[in-house]
Design a protein around this ligand. Structure first.
Ligand code: URA
Length: 431
């Protein structure tokens, strides 16, 4: 007879857990038979001892099977999704989902909310008045059949074990464990009945993984998990030492995504979007790559799909023509450089946390957020700047918060006199 104390002891002593041990553990979590102090103890031993690849794959599968999986067998188009490990200013999903769907790919995109310094796609979408990210299974399938794309949140039925474990990891300092992150992300993504998945694994000051080596290990683990589940997975390792694009903050990023769909996206944002999109097309075996994607932006086809998504999900699609319908703060304050020279570093994590301080992000899952606040970022690493030039513009209708954040924002940028070379945005692609 298996028991959880023995499983914890085995892991503590460096032994390898079997598939049945892991199934027993996950079953015990979701049925409430294992109390949270024993779950937390096992999570901490995993944090310190790590997991073999087999253990990680067993954990992912048990978590995926802890709930129901989507059945999209009635849809003939290739089903491909994208997932980002999270960053600051990362609004790529808002552009990518309609863009790739306009090329004939079915995109059942399930996204998350922002937590800590990282933003979340759902919060950005919900800044569009009326936008509904919680659809029934029937509505999801109907929308996928009709327009080929949905942008929704995780339902209660998908990977419930992950929800439970993530909440405990959050309060026991066990989030940043590669096997736990890989199993968590892949258990949700593989429940979507996908043919392929493209991962944007970020590293740098604004990412979960600061270090490129750790990000690569995470990417490799997720690619191998996909392979074992017979789902094609490609991972791109991308630099998150700068905020991505120009704006940070929910409604501001929704506006920026719409501008990108109109052909006015910044180079860094579009480079990542096109690179991820081309990988999604390749997994779907659709020819055309970046050229096709660029055509879908210039012809307006991608923007049309985005408007259809907004309408289908109860939102106000007129925001695409009239940004005053978005809840964007009316009051702004500029942060200016005290020195001339070149930007050598940006503490992008701090920018994410300053958004939380303004009210635009959350520290706990049930915190409410203010979608109207955020930042416009004028300078990135390597850019030249003169004394008095603006580094950042702060959007907030709360004067006290705006002034407090303004003081702290000055410390985020390191400006030095000697030139500094920009780093490559896309470092590696693993598949
Ligand atoms: N995102 C997830 O979905 N899970 C993790 O463990 C970390 C980031």
């Amino acid at each position: 007879m298996r028991n959880i104390v023995q499983i914890i002891r085995n892991k503590r002593d460096g032994k390898t857990l079997t598939r049945d041990d892991i199934k027993f553990f996950i079953h015990g979590c979701t049925t409430g038979k294992i109390p949270s102090y024993q779950i937390a103890a096992l999570l901490m031993t995993i944090y310190y001892q790590g997991m073999t690849f087999d253990e990680t794959a067993h954990l992912m599968r048990a978590m995926m099977l802890s709930g129901s999986t989507m059945d999209l067998s009635g849809i003939r188009a290739p089903k491909i999704d994208k997932h980002s490990t999270g960053g600051v200013g990362d609004k790529v999903s808002l552009i990518l989902a309609p863009l790739v769907a306009s090329c004939g790919v079915c995109v059942p995109m399930i996204s998350g909310r922002g937590l800590g310094h990282t933003g979340g796609t759902l919060d950005k979408l919900e800044s569009i008045p009326g936008f509904n990210t919680q659809l029934s299974s029937k509505r999801i399938t109907k929308q996928l059949q009709r327009i080929g794309v949905v942008m929704i949140g995780q339902t209660r039925e998908i990977a419930p074990a992950d929800k439970l474990l993530y909440a405990l990891r959050d309060v026991t300092a066990t989030v940043d464990s590669i096997p736990l992150i890989a199993a968590s992300i892949m258990s949700k993504k593989l429940a979507e009945d996908l043919n392929g998945l493209v991962l944007d694994v970020k590293y740098g000051t604004g990412a979960f993984m600061r270090d490129h080596g750790a990000a690569k290990e995470l990417a490799w683990t997720m690619v191998q998990i996909g392979k074992r589940a017979r789902v094609k997975v490609t991972a791109m390792l991308t630099d998150m030492n700068n905020p991505l694009g120009t704006y940070v903050g929910n409604a501001l990023e929704a506006m920026e995504a719409i501008e990108a769909l109109k052909g006015n996206g910044s180079q860094d944002l579009m480079d990542i979007t096109y690179a991820l999109g081309a990988e999604m097309l390749a997994l779907a075996r659709i020819k055309g790559g970046r050229t096709l994607l660029v055509n879908k932006i210039t012809s307006g086809a991608a923007l049309d799909v985005f408007k259809k998504i907004i309408c289908a999900q109860d939102g106000d699609a007129l925001v695409c023509e009239d940004y005053s319908r978005l809840p964007i703060a009316k009051n702004k304050a500029s942060v200016r450089s005290h020195a001339s020279g070149f930007v050598h570093s940006i503490d992008t994590y701090r920018i994410g946390m300053l958004l939380v301080q303004l009210g635009g992000g959350r520290m706990k899952e049930d915190d409410t957020i203010d979608p109207s606040c955020g930042f416009r970022v004028f300078k990135k690493i390597g850019d030249r700047i003169k004394t008095g030039e603006a580094l950042v513009e702060i959007y907030s209708d709360n004067r006290i918060a705006r002034e407090a954040v303004k003081k702290k924002m000055k410390e985020v940028f390191a400006v030095k006199s000697q030139p500094f070379r920009k780093k490559k945005l896309i470092r590696e692609i693993l598949s």
